[in-house]
Design a protein around this ligand. Structure first.
Ligand code: UPG
Ligand code: MN
Length: 531
Protein backbone atom coordinates (compact mmCIF):
# COMPACT_ATOMS: atom_id res chain seq x y z
CA UNK A 1 0.00 0.00 0.00
CA UNK A 2 2.77 2.34 1.11
CA UNK A 3 4.57 1.96 -2.23
CA UNK A 4 1.64 2.91 -4.42
CA UNK A 5 1.08 6.34 -2.87
CA UNK A 6 1.03 9.32 -5.19
CA UNK A 7 2.27 11.85 -2.66
CA UNK A 8 3.49 12.02 0.90
CA UNK A 9 3.84 14.78 3.46
CA UNK A 10 6.80 14.84 5.80
CA UNK A 11 6.98 16.87 8.99
CA UNK A 12 10.58 17.85 9.84
CA UNK A 13 10.31 17.42 13.60
CA UNK A 14 13.61 19.05 14.55
CA UNK A 15 12.82 22.13 12.47
CA UNK A 16 9.36 22.31 13.99
CA UNK A 17 10.74 22.18 17.53
CA UNK A 18 13.32 24.91 16.79
CA UNK A 19 10.71 27.12 15.11
CA UNK A 20 8.35 26.77 18.06
CA UNK A 21 11.12 27.57 20.50
CA UNK A 22 11.90 30.77 18.59
CA UNK A 23 8.22 31.71 18.60
CA UNK A 24 8.03 31.32 22.37
CA UNK A 25 11.30 33.19 22.90
CA UNK A 26 9.83 36.17 21.10
CA UNK A 27 6.30 35.87 22.46
CA UNK A 28 7.46 36.61 26.02
CA UNK A 29 9.14 39.97 25.26
CA UNK A 30 6.25 40.82 23.00
CA UNK A 31 3.73 40.38 25.85
CA UNK A 32 6.06 42.12 28.31
CA UNK A 33 6.34 45.14 26.00
CA UNK A 34 2.60 45.25 25.47
CA UNK A 35 2.13 45.34 29.23
CA UNK A 36 4.80 48.05 29.50
CA UNK A 37 3.14 50.25 26.87
CA UNK A 38 -0.35 49.95 28.30
CA UNK A 39 0.60 50.21 31.96
CA UNK A 40 2.81 53.26 31.33
CA UNK A 41 -0.07 54.97 29.65
CA UNK A 42 -2.61 54.14 32.35
CA UNK A 43 -0.42 54.86 35.37
CA UNK A 44 0.91 57.86 33.45
CA UNK A 45 4.63 58.33 33.87
CA UNK A 46 5.62 61.95 33.99
CA UNK A 47 8.41 61.26 31.52
CA UNK A 48 6.22 60.10 28.63
CA UNK A 49 4.50 62.27 26.06
CA UNK A 50 1.13 60.72 25.32
CA UNK A 51 0.81 61.23 21.55
CA UNK A 52 4.12 59.66 20.45
CA UNK A 53 3.54 56.94 23.03
CA UNK A 54 0.20 56.03 21.48
CA UNK A 55 1.71 56.15 17.97
CA UNK A 56 4.53 53.82 18.85
CA UNK A 57 2.18 51.51 20.75
CA UNK A 58 -0.05 51.23 17.67
CA UNK A 59 2.92 50.53 15.40
CA UNK A 60 4.18 47.85 17.75
CA UNK A 61 0.72 46.31 17.92
CA UNK A 62 0.65 46.10 14.12
CA UNK A 63 4.11 44.54 13.96
CA UNK A 64 3.14 42.14 16.74
CA UNK A 65 -0.02 41.12 14.90
CA UNK A 66 1.86 40.55 11.63
CA UNK A 67 4.51 38.62 13.51
CA UNK A 68 1.82 36.43 15.06
CA UNK A 69 0.34 35.67 11.64
CA UNK A 70 3.82 34.88 10.40
CA UNK A 71 4.31 32.29 13.13
CA UNK A 72 1.66 30.08 11.58
CA UNK A 73 4.17 29.31 8.82
CA UNK A 74 6.83 28.29 11.26
CA UNK A 75 4.56 26.41 13.65
CA UNK A 76 3.81 23.46 11.38
CA UNK A 77 6.42 23.17 8.62
CA UNK A 78 5.99 20.35 6.10
CA UNK A 79 7.68 19.08 2.97
CA UNK A 80 6.06 17.12 0.15
CA UNK A 81 7.19 14.45 -2.26
CA UNK A 82 5.29 13.15 -5.31
CA UNK A 83 5.55 9.84 -7.20
CA UNK A 84 4.21 10.29 -10.74
CA UNK A 85 5.45 6.79 -11.61
CA UNK A 86 2.73 5.40 -9.32
CA UNK A 87 -0.12 6.88 -11.38
CA UNK A 88 -2.03 3.81 -12.50
CA UNK A 89 -5.17 5.50 -13.83
CA UNK A 90 -5.38 6.91 -17.31
CA UNK A 91 -4.17 10.53 -17.35
CA UNK A 92 -6.95 13.09 -17.82
CA UNK A 93 -6.78 15.73 -20.59
CA UNK A 94 -5.37 19.19 -19.80
CA UNK A 95 -5.98 22.54 -21.47
CA UNK A 96 -3.01 24.91 -21.16
CA UNK A 97 -3.83 28.63 -21.15
CA UNK A 98 -1.11 31.16 -21.96
CA UNK A 99 -1.90 34.88 -21.94
CA UNK A 100 -0.02 37.62 -23.72
CA UNK A 101 -1.09 41.23 -24.14
CA UNK A 102 1.53 43.37 -25.85
CA UNK A 103 4.25 42.36 -28.34
CA UNK A 104 6.38 45.38 -27.32
CA UNK A 105 6.43 44.81 -23.58
CA UNK A 106 6.34 41.04 -23.85
CA UNK A 107 8.94 39.98 -26.45
CA UNK A 108 7.23 37.62 -28.89
CA UNK A 109 10.17 35.19 -29.01
CA UNK A 110 9.87 34.68 -25.25
CA UNK A 111 6.13 34.08 -25.54
CA UNK A 112 6.89 31.44 -28.19
CA UNK A 113 9.32 29.78 -25.80
CA UNK A 114 6.52 29.52 -23.26
CA UNK A 115 4.26 28.01 -25.92
CA UNK A 116 6.89 25.52 -27.12
CA UNK A 117 7.95 24.50 -23.60
CA UNK A 118 4.35 23.78 -22.58
CA UNK A 119 3.79 21.78 -25.78
CA UNK A 120 6.86 19.71 -24.88
CA UNK A 121 5.52 18.68 -21.47
CA UNK A 122 6.00 15.03 -20.69
CA UNK A 123 2.29 14.22 -21.08
CA UNK A 124 0.36 12.23 -23.71
CA UNK A 125 0.17 14.76 -26.59
CA UNK A 126 -3.38 13.78 -27.53
CA UNK A 127 -4.37 14.83 -24.00
CA UNK A 128 -2.70 18.22 -24.12
CA UNK A 129 -4.24 21.31 -25.74
CA UNK A 130 -2.33 24.58 -25.75
CA UNK A 131 -4.25 27.85 -26.15
CA UNK A 132 -2.51 31.18 -26.60
CA UNK A 133 -4.61 34.26 -25.86
CA UNK A 134 -3.28 37.35 -27.60
CA UNK A 135 -4.90 40.46 -26.14
CA UNK A 136 -3.08 42.67 -28.61
CA UNK A 137 -4.55 40.73 -31.52
CA UNK A 138 -1.18 41.24 -33.16
CA UNK A 139 -0.29 39.81 -36.59
CA UNK A 140 3.30 39.50 -35.30
CA UNK A 141 2.20 36.99 -32.66
CA UNK A 142 0.01 35.11 -35.13
CA UNK A 143 2.87 34.85 -37.60
CA UNK A 144 5.28 33.81 -34.81
CA UNK A 145 3.03 31.06 -33.44
CA UNK A 146 2.86 29.47 -36.89
CA UNK A 147 6.65 29.46 -37.10
CA UNK A 148 6.85 28.14 -33.53
CA UNK A 149 4.53 25.23 -34.35
CA UNK A 150 6.80 24.29 -37.24
CA UNK A 151 9.86 24.43 -34.99
CA UNK A 152 8.05 22.37 -32.31
CA UNK A 153 7.71 19.53 -34.84
CA UNK A 154 11.47 19.02 -34.59
CA UNK A 155 12.01 20.24 -31.03
CA UNK A 156 9.45 17.96 -29.31
CA UNK A 157 10.80 14.66 -30.74
CA UNK A 158 14.36 15.84 -29.94
CA UNK A 159 13.41 16.53 -26.29
CA UNK A 160 11.56 13.23 -25.95
CA UNK A 161 14.26 11.15 -27.56
CA UNK A 162 17.03 12.57 -25.36
CA UNK A 163 14.85 13.07 -22.28
CA UNK A 164 15.89 16.69 -21.92
CA UNK A 165 15.03 18.51 -18.72
CA UNK A 166 15.00 22.06 -20.12
CA UNK A 167 12.24 22.28 -22.70
CA UNK A 168 12.37 25.99 -23.40
CA UNK A 169 14.73 26.23 -26.41
CA UNK A 170 15.97 29.71 -25.44
CA UNK A 171 17.02 28.51 -22.00
CA UNK A 172 18.40 25.27 -23.35
CA UNK A 173 20.72 26.99 -25.81
CA UNK A 174 21.45 30.00 -23.67
CA UNK A 175 22.18 29.30 -20.06
CA UNK A 176 21.30 25.80 -19.07
CA UNK A 177 23.07 23.91 -21.81
CA UNK A 178 25.87 23.09 -19.43
CA UNK A 179 23.42 21.07 -17.32
CA UNK A 180 22.54 18.70 -20.13
CA UNK A 181 24.45 15.45 -20.44
CA UNK A 182 26.40 15.04 -23.66
CA UNK A 183 25.35 11.88 -25.41
CA UNK A 184 27.77 11.10 -28.19
CA UNK A 185 28.11 12.18 -31.79
CA UNK A 186 24.56 11.43 -32.87
CA UNK A 187 23.24 13.69 -30.11
CA UNK A 188 25.63 16.49 -30.95
CA UNK A 189 24.74 16.39 -34.66
CA UNK A 190 21.03 16.47 -33.88
CA UNK A 191 21.58 19.26 -31.39
CA UNK A 192 23.40 21.29 -34.02
CA UNK A 193 20.56 20.77 -36.47
CA UNK A 194 17.93 21.80 -33.95
CA UNK A 195 19.93 24.88 -33.03
CA UNK A 196 19.92 25.94 -36.67
CA UNK A 197 16.17 25.46 -36.78
CA UNK A 198 15.81 27.58 -33.66
CA UNK A 199 17.86 30.32 -35.29
CA UNK A 200 15.47 30.20 -38.24
CA UNK A 201 12.53 30.65 -35.83
CA UNK A 202 14.31 33.60 -34.18
CA UNK A 203 14.85 35.17 -37.57
CA UNK A 204 11.22 34.67 -38.60
CA UNK A 205 9.98 36.26 -35.38
CA UNK A 206 12.34 39.17 -35.88
CA UNK A 207 11.19 39.73 -39.46
CA UNK A 208 7.55 39.57 -38.36
CA UNK A 209 8.36 42.11 -35.63
CA UNK A 210 9.55 44.69 -38.15
CA UNK A 211 6.03 45.03 -39.44
CA UNK A 212 4.70 47.23 -36.65
CA UNK A 213 0.99 47.87 -36.85
CA UNK A 214 -0.47 49.89 -33.97
CA UNK A 215 -3.04 47.85 -32.01
CA UNK A 216 -6.69 48.67 -32.71
CA UNK A 217 -9.13 49.25 -29.88
CA UNK A 218 -11.96 47.70 -31.87
CA UNK A 219 -11.66 44.34 -33.53
CA UNK A 220 -13.62 41.13 -34.04
CA UNK A 221 -12.40 37.90 -32.48
CA UNK A 222 -9.87 35.74 -34.29
CA UNK A 223 -9.56 32.04 -33.44
CA UNK A 224 -7.28 29.80 -35.43
CA UNK A 225 -6.19 26.19 -34.99
CA UNK A 226 -2.46 26.31 -35.61
CA UNK A 227 -1.84 22.60 -35.20
CA UNK A 228 -4.06 19.53 -34.75
CA UNK A 229 -2.87 15.96 -35.16
CA UNK A 230 -4.72 13.42 -37.17
CA UNK A 231 -6.99 11.47 -34.77
CA UNK A 232 -5.56 8.18 -36.08
CA UNK A 233 -1.94 8.87 -35.16
CA UNK A 234 -0.61 6.40 -32.59
CA UNK A 235 -0.07 7.96 -29.19
CA UNK A 236 3.42 6.48 -28.76
CA UNK A 237 4.64 8.18 -31.92
CA UNK A 238 7.50 10.52 -30.96
CA UNK A 239 6.45 13.11 -33.52
CA UNK A 240 2.94 13.45 -32.11
CA UNK A 241 2.13 17.02 -30.97
CA UNK A 242 -0.48 18.63 -28.73
CA UNK A 243 -3.22 20.73 -30.29
CA UNK A 244 -2.23 24.40 -30.60
CA UNK A 245 -4.81 27.18 -30.87
CA UNK A 246 -4.45 30.97 -31.27
CA UNK A 247 -7.19 33.12 -29.70
CA UNK A 248 -7.58 36.90 -29.96
CA UNK A 249 -10.86 37.82 -28.28
CA UNK A 250 -13.17 40.53 -29.52
CA UNK A 251 -12.40 44.00 -28.19
CA UNK A 252 -14.49 47.17 -28.24
CA UNK A 253 -13.20 50.50 -26.94
CA UNK A 254 -16.37 51.11 -24.90
CA UNK A 255 -16.49 47.63 -23.35
CA UNK A 256 -14.35 46.73 -20.31
CA UNK A 257 -12.06 43.82 -21.16
CA UNK A 258 -11.03 42.90 -17.60
CA UNK A 259 -7.37 42.24 -18.44
CA UNK A 260 -6.04 38.72 -17.79
CA UNK A 261 -9.25 37.55 -16.15
CA UNK A 262 -11.19 38.59 -19.24
CA UNK A 263 -8.69 36.72 -21.41
CA UNK A 264 -9.01 33.59 -19.25
CA UNK A 265 -12.79 33.83 -19.53
CA UNK A 266 -12.57 33.93 -23.32
CA UNK A 267 -10.20 30.93 -23.27
CA UNK A 268 -12.64 29.00 -21.07
CA UNK A 269 -15.35 29.49 -23.66
CA UNK A 270 -13.18 28.65 -26.67
CA UNK A 271 -11.58 25.58 -25.09
CA UNK A 272 -14.99 24.49 -23.78
CA UNK A 273 -16.06 23.99 -27.39
CA UNK A 274 -12.80 22.52 -28.70
CA UNK A 275 -11.41 20.22 -26.01
CA UNK A 276 -13.24 20.88 -22.73
CA UNK A 277 -10.56 19.21 -20.60
CA UNK A 278 -11.33 18.71 -16.91
CA UNK A 279 -7.99 20.30 -15.90
CA UNK A 280 -6.49 23.65 -16.81
CA UNK A 281 -2.87 24.78 -16.55
CA UNK A 282 -2.58 28.59 -16.51
CA UNK A 283 0.73 30.20 -17.48
CA UNK A 284 1.77 33.81 -17.95
CA UNK A 285 3.58 34.55 -21.18
CA UNK A 286 6.96 34.62 -19.42
CA UNK A 287 6.72 31.35 -17.51
CA UNK A 288 8.53 28.25 -18.63
CA UNK A 289 7.82 24.81 -17.25
CA UNK A 290 11.32 23.99 -16.06
CA UNK A 291 10.45 20.37 -15.33
CA UNK A 292 8.67 18.43 -18.10
CA UNK A 293 6.99 16.18 -15.55
CA UNK A 294 5.25 19.10 -13.80
CA UNK A 295 1.78 18.28 -15.21
CA UNK A 296 2.14 14.66 -14.08
CA UNK A 297 3.31 15.89 -10.68
CA UNK A 298 0.17 18.00 -10.33
CA UNK A 299 -1.89 14.92 -11.19
CA UNK A 300 -0.40 13.16 -8.14
CA UNK A 301 -2.66 15.44 -6.11
CA UNK A 302 -5.63 15.67 -8.46
CA UNK A 303 -5.92 11.90 -8.93
CA UNK A 304 -5.55 11.08 -5.23
CA UNK A 305 -9.10 10.41 -4.05
CA UNK A 306 -8.11 11.19 -0.47
CA UNK A 307 -7.04 14.71 -1.47
CA UNK A 308 -9.30 15.71 -4.38
CA UNK A 309 -12.38 16.32 -2.26
CA UNK A 310 -10.79 19.36 -0.66
CA UNK A 311 -8.45 20.36 -3.49
CA UNK A 312 -9.10 23.35 -5.75
CA UNK A 313 -5.75 23.89 -7.43
CA UNK A 314 -2.09 23.00 -7.36
CA UNK A 315 0.30 25.94 -7.42
CA UNK A 316 3.89 25.63 -8.58
CA UNK A 317 6.40 28.10 -7.19
CA UNK A 318 7.40 30.82 -9.61
CA UNK A 319 11.15 31.31 -9.80
CA UNK A 320 13.30 33.73 -11.72
CA UNK A 321 16.14 32.44 -13.85
CA UNK A 322 19.46 34.16 -14.58
CA UNK A 323 19.73 35.42 -11.00
CA UNK A 324 23.01 37.18 -10.34
CA UNK A 325 25.38 35.81 -7.73
CA UNK A 326 24.85 38.91 -5.64
CA UNK A 327 21.05 38.88 -5.88
CA UNK A 328 20.82 42.26 -4.20
CA UNK A 329 17.06 42.47 -4.68
CA UNK A 330 16.38 39.06 -3.15
CA UNK A 331 14.83 37.98 -6.45
CA UNK A 332 15.07 34.33 -5.57
CA UNK A 333 12.34 35.07 -3.00
CA UNK A 334 13.44 32.27 -0.72
CA UNK A 335 11.05 33.22 2.05
CA UNK A 336 8.07 33.06 -0.27
CA UNK A 337 8.95 29.69 -1.75
CA UNK A 338 10.93 27.74 0.81
CA UNK A 339 9.26 29.15 3.89
CA UNK A 340 5.74 30.28 3.10
CA UNK A 341 4.45 28.30 0.11
CA UNK A 342 5.44 24.87 1.31
CA UNK A 343 3.52 25.30 4.53
CA UNK A 344 0.51 27.10 3.18
CA UNK A 345 -1.37 23.85 3.13
CA UNK A 346 -1.30 23.79 6.92
CA UNK A 347 -3.50 26.83 6.86
CA UNK A 348 -6.98 27.16 5.54
CA UNK A 349 -6.46 30.77 4.60
CA UNK A 350 -4.05 32.12 1.98
CA UNK A 351 -2.03 35.23 2.77
CA UNK A 352 -0.91 37.85 0.21
CA UNK A 353 1.94 36.74 -2.02
CA UNK A 354 4.28 39.36 -0.60
CA UNK A 355 4.82 37.80 2.80
CA UNK A 356 8.00 38.91 4.41
CA UNK A 357 9.86 37.92 7.51
CA UNK A 358 9.25 40.54 10.15
CA UNK A 359 12.32 40.82 12.22
CA UNK A 360 10.97 43.57 14.36
CA UNK A 361 13.18 46.21 12.83
CA UNK A 362 10.20 47.93 11.25
CA UNK A 363 8.85 49.16 14.56
CA UNK A 364 12.04 49.77 16.39
CA UNK A 365 13.32 52.62 14.20
CA UNK A 366 10.64 54.82 15.79
CA UNK A 367 12.38 54.40 19.05
CA UNK A 368 15.71 55.64 17.84
CA UNK A 369 14.69 59.28 17.80
CA UNK A 370 13.91 59.25 21.49
CA UNK A 371 16.59 59.14 24.07
CA UNK A 372 16.11 56.24 26.42
CA UNK A 373 14.07 57.70 29.28
CA UNK A 374 14.90 56.45 32.76
CA UNK A 375 11.66 54.44 32.93
CA UNK A 376 12.52 52.53 29.77
CA UNK A 377 15.81 51.12 30.99
CA UNK A 378 14.56 47.97 32.73
CA UNK A 379 12.35 47.26 29.72
CA UNK A 380 15.06 47.75 27.19
CA UNK A 381 16.21 44.15 27.56
CA UNK A 382 12.86 42.96 26.17
CA UNK A 383 13.38 45.00 23.01
CA UNK A 384 16.82 43.44 22.70
CA UNK A 385 15.48 39.89 23.14
CA UNK A 386 12.68 40.46 20.63
CA UNK A 387 15.03 42.03 18.08
CA UNK A 388 17.91 39.56 18.36
CA UNK A 389 15.46 36.63 18.61
CA UNK A 390 13.99 37.66 15.26
CA UNK A 391 17.39 38.05 13.66
CA UNK A 392 18.58 34.67 14.97
CA UNK A 393 15.43 32.89 13.78
CA UNK A 394 15.76 34.43 10.34
CA UNK A 395 19.44 33.53 10.17
CA UNK A 396 18.69 29.97 11.24
CA UNK A 397 15.96 29.69 8.59
CA UNK A 398 18.31 30.91 5.85
CA UNK A 399 21.09 28.50 6.82
CA UNK A 400 18.58 25.69 7.24
CA UNK A 401 17.46 26.10 3.63
CA UNK A 402 21.09 25.82 2.51
CA UNK A 403 21.67 29.49 1.77
CA UNK A 404 24.48 31.84 2.70
CA UNK A 405 24.99 34.77 5.04
CA UNK A 406 24.71 37.06 2.03
CA UNK A 407 21.18 35.83 1.30
CA UNK A 408 20.19 36.65 4.88
CA UNK A 409 21.62 40.14 4.56
CA UNK A 410 19.86 40.77 1.22
CA UNK A 411 16.56 39.44 2.52
CA UNK A 412 16.69 41.78 5.52
CA UNK A 413 17.35 44.77 3.30
CA UNK A 414 14.54 43.85 0.92
CA UNK A 415 12.11 43.29 3.82
CA UNK A 416 12.82 46.83 4.99
CA UNK A 417 12.59 48.25 1.48
CA UNK A 418 9.27 46.50 0.85
CA UNK A 419 7.89 48.05 4.05
CA UNK A 420 8.47 51.57 2.78
CA UNK A 421 7.71 50.95 -0.90
CA UNK A 422 5.36 48.27 -2.23
CA UNK A 423 3.68 47.41 1.10
CA UNK A 424 3.13 51.07 1.94
CA UNK A 425 1.81 52.02 -1.50
CA UNK A 426 -0.14 48.78 -1.84
CA UNK A 427 -2.00 49.65 1.39
CA UNK A 428 -2.58 53.26 0.30
CA UNK A 429 -3.82 52.05 -3.09
CA UNK A 430 -6.23 49.58 -1.52
CA UNK A 431 -7.58 52.24 0.88
CA UNK A 432 -8.05 54.78 -1.94
CA UNK A 433 -9.78 52.09 -3.94
CA UNK A 434 -12.15 51.16 -1.13
CA UNK A 435 -13.16 54.76 -0.41
CA UNK A 436 -13.50 55.41 -4.13
CA UNK A 437 -10.80 58.06 -4.71
CA UNK A 438 -8.85 55.98 -7.20
CA UNK A 439 -9.90 53.33 -9.69
CA UNK A 440 -8.01 50.07 -9.67
CA UNK A 441 -5.86 49.72 -12.75
CA UNK A 442 -3.52 47.08 -14.05
CA UNK A 443 -0.23 48.06 -15.57
CA UNK A 444 1.40 45.39 -17.68
CA UNK A 445 4.92 44.63 -16.46
CA UNK A 446 7.73 45.05 -18.95
CA UNK A 447 9.37 41.72 -19.73
CA UNK A 448 11.98 42.95 -22.20
CA UNK A 449 15.46 43.07 -20.67
CA UNK A 450 17.14 46.48 -20.52
CA UNK A 451 20.88 46.03 -21.14
CA UNK A 452 22.00 48.79 -18.73
CA UNK A 453 19.73 47.55 -15.97
CA UNK A 454 20.94 43.99 -16.47
CA UNK A 455 24.57 45.06 -16.31
CA UNK A 456 23.97 46.97 -13.09
CA UNK A 457 22.11 44.02 -11.60
CA UNK A 458 24.85 41.55 -12.51
CA UNK A 459 27.49 43.82 -10.98
CA UNK A 460 25.45 43.86 -7.79
CA UNK A 461 24.65 47.55 -8.03
CA UNK A 462 21.37 48.98 -6.90
CA UNK A 463 18.92 50.51 -9.36
CA UNK A 464 17.38 53.82 -8.25
CA UNK A 465 15.80 54.68 -11.55
CA UNK A 466 12.28 53.33 -10.95
CA UNK A 467 9.16 55.31 -10.14
CA UNK A 468 10.13 58.40 -8.08
CA UNK A 469 7.27 57.74 -5.70
CA UNK A 470 8.98 54.50 -4.62
CA UNK A 471 12.46 55.91 -4.47
CA UNK A 472 11.70 59.02 -2.39
CA UNK A 473 10.60 57.29 0.86
CA UNK A 474 13.49 54.88 0.52
CA UNK A 475 16.07 57.63 0.13
CA UNK A 476 14.52 59.62 3.00
CA UNK A 477 14.70 56.62 5.35
CA UNK A 478 18.34 55.97 4.46
CA UNK A 479 19.32 59.64 4.85
CA UNK A 480 17.44 59.91 8.15
CA UNK A 481 19.36 56.97 9.51
CA UNK A 482 22.72 58.37 8.43
CA UNK A 483 21.90 61.75 10.01
CA UNK A 484 20.61 60.01 13.11
CA UNK A 485 23.79 57.96 13.39
CA UNK A 486 26.08 60.97 12.99
CA UNK A 487 23.96 63.00 15.44
CA UNK A 488 24.12 60.16 17.96
CA UNK A 489 27.89 59.86 17.68
CA UNK A 490 28.31 63.63 18.08
CA UNK A 491 26.26 63.55 21.29
CA UNK A 492 28.16 60.57 22.65
CA UNK A 493 31.42 62.44 22.04
CA UNK A 494 30.33 65.88 23.24
CA UNK A 495 28.05 64.85 26.11
CA UNK A 496 29.44 61.43 26.96
CA UNK A 497 25.89 60.05 26.99
CA UNK A 498 26.64 56.62 25.57
CA UNK A 499 24.05 54.88 27.71
CA UNK A 500 21.25 57.08 26.51
CA UNK A 501 22.31 57.14 22.89
CA UNK A 502 23.05 53.46 22.50
CA UNK A 503 19.73 52.49 20.84
CA UNK A 504 19.85 55.41 18.41
CA UNK A 505 23.47 54.85 17.44
CA UNK A 506 23.15 51.09 17.10
CA UNK A 507 19.92 51.00 15.10
CA UNK A 508 20.78 53.80 12.74
CA UNK A 509 24.21 52.26 12.16
CA UNK A 510 22.63 48.88 11.50
CA UNK A 511 20.07 50.27 9.04
CA UNK A 512 22.72 52.39 7.31
CA UNK A 513 25.10 49.49 6.66
CA UNK A 514 22.18 47.26 5.68
CA UNK A 515 21.34 49.79 2.99
CA UNK A 516 24.91 50.30 1.87
CA UNK A 517 24.10 49.41 -1.79
CA UNK A 518 21.55 52.24 -1.87
CA UNK A 519 23.98 54.74 -0.35
CA UNK A 520 26.61 53.64 -2.89
CA UNK A 521 24.19 54.16 -5.77
CA UNK A 522 23.14 57.59 -4.39
CA UNK A 523 26.78 58.69 -4.22
CA UNK A 524 27.55 57.35 -7.71
CA UNK A 525 24.55 59.13 -9.20
CA UNK A 526 25.49 62.36 -7.47
CA UNK A 527 29.04 62.07 -8.81
CA UNK A 528 27.80 61.35 -12.34
CA UNK A 529 25.36 64.25 -12.17
CA UNK A 530 28.03 66.75 -11.13
CA UNK A 531 30.68 65.39 -13.53
O1 UPG B 1 -5.00 42.89 -20.51
C1 UPG B 1 -4.22 42.01 -20.17
C2 UPG B 1 -3.20 42.23 -19.22
C3 UPG B 1 -2.35 41.17 -18.90
N1 UPG B 1 -2.48 39.97 -19.49
C4 UPG B 1 -1.53 38.86 -19.16
O2 UPG B 1 -1.51 38.61 -17.77
C5 UPG B 1 -0.25 38.06 -17.40
C6 UPG B 1 0.25 38.72 -16.12
O3 UPG B 1 0.55 40.10 -16.33
P1 UPG B 1 1.88 40.75 -15.78
O4 UPG B 1 1.93 42.16 -16.20
O5 UPG B 1 3.02 39.86 -16.13
O6 UPG B 1 1.59 40.73 -14.26
P2 UPG B 1 2.59 40.35 -13.09
O7 UPG B 1 2.37 41.31 -11.99
O8 UPG B 1 3.96 40.16 -13.57
O9 UPG B 1 2.01 38.92 -12.74
C7 UPG B 1 1.61 38.51 -11.45
O10 UPG B 1 0.41 39.13 -11.04
C8 UPG B 1 -0.72 38.87 -11.88
C9 UPG B 1 -1.91 39.65 -11.35
O11 UPG B 1 -2.12 39.37 -10.01
C10 UPG B 1 -1.01 37.37 -11.96
O12 UPG B 1 -2.11 37.13 -12.82
C11 UPG B 1 0.22 36.69 -12.52
O13 UPG B 1 0.01 35.30 -12.62
C12 UPG B 1 1.40 36.99 -11.58
O14 UPG B 1 2.56 36.39 -12.11
C13 UPG B 1 0.69 38.28 -18.59
O15 UPG B 1 0.94 37.04 -19.21
C14 UPG B 1 -0.09 39.22 -19.48
O16 UPG B 1 0.18 39.01 -20.83
C15 UPG B 1 -3.48 39.73 -20.43
O17 UPG B 1 -3.61 38.65 -20.98
N2 UPG B 1 -4.32 40.77 -20.73
MN1 MN C 1 4.46 38.55 -14.89
Amino acid sequence: MEDSRLSIIKVPKRLRAINRAFTLIRLIPMLALLYYRVSSLIFSHKSISVFPWILISISELIVGFLWLLDQSFAWQPISRAVFPENISKELPPIDVYICTADPEKEPVLNVMNTVVSSMSLDYPPEKLNVYLSDDAGSPITLCAIKAAALFAKSWIPFCRKHKLMTRSPELYFDILKADQPKQGNEFLTEEKEIKEKYNVLKEQVEIAGRNRIPPTKDRPSHIEIIHADDMNVRSDDLTNMPRLVYVAREKRHDQPHHYKVGALNALLRVSGVMSNSPYILVLDCDMYCNDPSSARQAMCFHLDTMITKSLAFVQFPQRFYKLSKNDNFDSQMRTAFKYVLRILHALTLILPSDVIVHNGSSALPFERHNRLPQGLRPWFIWFVIYFTGGICHHLFDVFNSGESFNVWWNEMRMALIKCVTCNLFGCLDAIMNIIGIKKRELKLTKKAVDKDELEKYEKGNFELQGDKIFIVPLVIIVLLNIVSFIGGIVRVVTQGSFDEMFAQVFLSFFISILNYPIIKEMVTRKKNATA
